[in-house]
Ligand binder design. Structure first.
Ligand SMILES: Cc1ncc(COP(=O)(O)O)c(C=O)c1O
Length: 383
């Protein structure tokens, strides 16, 4: 055991510095604070990095997902297939549209939607599916497509997956649309924020209009055009999901650091895999062949049968040592709202329920030192 002084290690911390500060300052000085040139530059750079034709910045991944379903025309009577183990927003957006989420259990190793179970969830009402690239590992998109009828729209929930790859292709262009998050727990952040990506020009145009109240032309085009004093027409019901230019400025700087952030996380994730391999009660995350993990989180599983204590007790002991941990995420199917809405029983989605109880995210971010990782490994060995 290494003799390291007690320390405080956060589960996640944004990595921002002087460049972000200067970028914000530039926006403030120009006076253009709402969606404008900085957002456009961020969108263009994000589209290039993720090899997609269109990227539309939003206020969050949740609003991007809502926009994606709305752009696809999902509405009352439709069903949307979602995994049972994910952040609640993945299911909520279906309800926002008046549609019904249909849950599918997840794979115990990858934590992603179990594609072998998708075909049973399909009905004549299935209109869309939202596979989640949980914690930065892409869902098996080929397996999903093979299980779905042609007409079902696939929208990637890539909240955690900026920079992740699937069979050599970046997340973001693996379905009809994809949605990313820039919440501070993600690898790159704009405070809050999201991005919708697509290769489909019609979907991009529709999402663009819906993002701005349903206006027929954007604010920037109107302000820079020959008649800024004329209001545009509004033919459809839209939303205000526009990102601010302050966030766009932050996003562009953060994006330049994405590859470095992921490379560093990959080094330390593999270090964890090695350093913790001898703890028999801790199941490690997997990296299937052909997948590029973006390591938004490093999520292990406390194996109940052999663990020295229940997961929550282990979290408490780690917290007492200054190490912040979290459950991976929740089983949406165990949340009161969805149990009431759909008449679900506890434990109906067995893997998701077990992962909710047993998953353990360890700190992994770009402001940790080698000593921090060693301290965490020592602490786990000491339990
Ligand atoms: C899988 C998943 N989907 C959606 C979201 C929602 O993202 P946002 O907070 O940007 O709305 C999150 C956020 O944690 C998430 O983890």
């Amino acid at each position: 055991m290494t003799d390291l002084a007690r320390r405080t290690i956060a589960i996640a911390l944004p990595s921002t510095g002087e460049e972000e500060w200067l970028a914000l300052r530039e926006s403030i000085e120009t006076g253009w604070l709402s969606q404008g040139p900085k957002v456009k530059a961020f969108e263009d750079a994000f589209a290039t990095r993720h090899q997609v034709a269109h990227a539309l910045a939003t206020t969050s991944c949740t609003t991007a997902l809502h926009l994606a379903l709305a752009a696809a025309g999902v509405g009352p009577g439709d069903e949307v297939i979602v995994p049972a183990f994910t952040w609640v927003a993945t299911a909520n957006v279906a309800v926002y549209c008046g549609a019904t989420p249909v849950f599918v259990d997840v794979d115990p190793q990858t934590y992603n939607m179990d594609m072998a179970q998708v075909a049973q969830a399909v009905t004549p009402r299935t209109r869309a599916a939202i596979p989640v690239h949980l914690f930065g590992l892409c869902a098996d998109m080929n397996g999903l497509r093979a299980a779905l009828p042609e007409n079902v729209v696939v929208i990637e929930d890539a909240a955690c997956a900026a920079g992740a790859t699937y069979r050599g292709r970046p997340a973001g262009g693996l379905g009809a649309m994809a949605c990313f998050s820039f919440h501070p727990r993600k690898s790159i952040t704009t405070g809050e924020g999201g991005m919708l990506t697509t290769d489909d020009a019609d979907l991009a145009e529709r999402a663009n209009m819906l993002r701005n109240h349903g206006a027929s032309i954007s604010e920037e085009v109107r302000h820079r055009g020959p008649k800024p004093y004329l209001l545009p027409d509004f033919d459809v019901l839209g939303f205000n999901y526009r990102m601010t230019d302050l966030q766009g400025a932050l996003g562009s700087v953060q994006l330049t650091k994405l590859d470095r952030f992921i490379a560093e996380r990959d080094i330390w994730a593999r270090w964890y895999l090695d350093a913790l391999a001898d703890i028999p009660w801790l199941q490690m995350p997997t990296i299937p062949e052909g997948y590029g993990h973006a390591w938004q989180s490093f999520v292990t599983v406390v194996v109940e049968k052999t663990a020295p204590a229940p997961r929550n007790d282990i979290m408490e002991r780690l917290q007492a040592l200054g190490i912040s941990t979290r459950p991976g995420t929740h089983a949406v199917t165990e949340l009161g709202y969805y149990k009431d809405l759909l008449g679900l029983q506890s434990g109906q989605f067995a893997v998701a329920s077990r992962l909710e109880r047993q998953s353990l995210a360890l700190p992994l971010h770009n402001r940790m030192s080698e000593e921090d990782y060693v301290y965490i490994a020592d602490a786990l060995h000491g339990i």
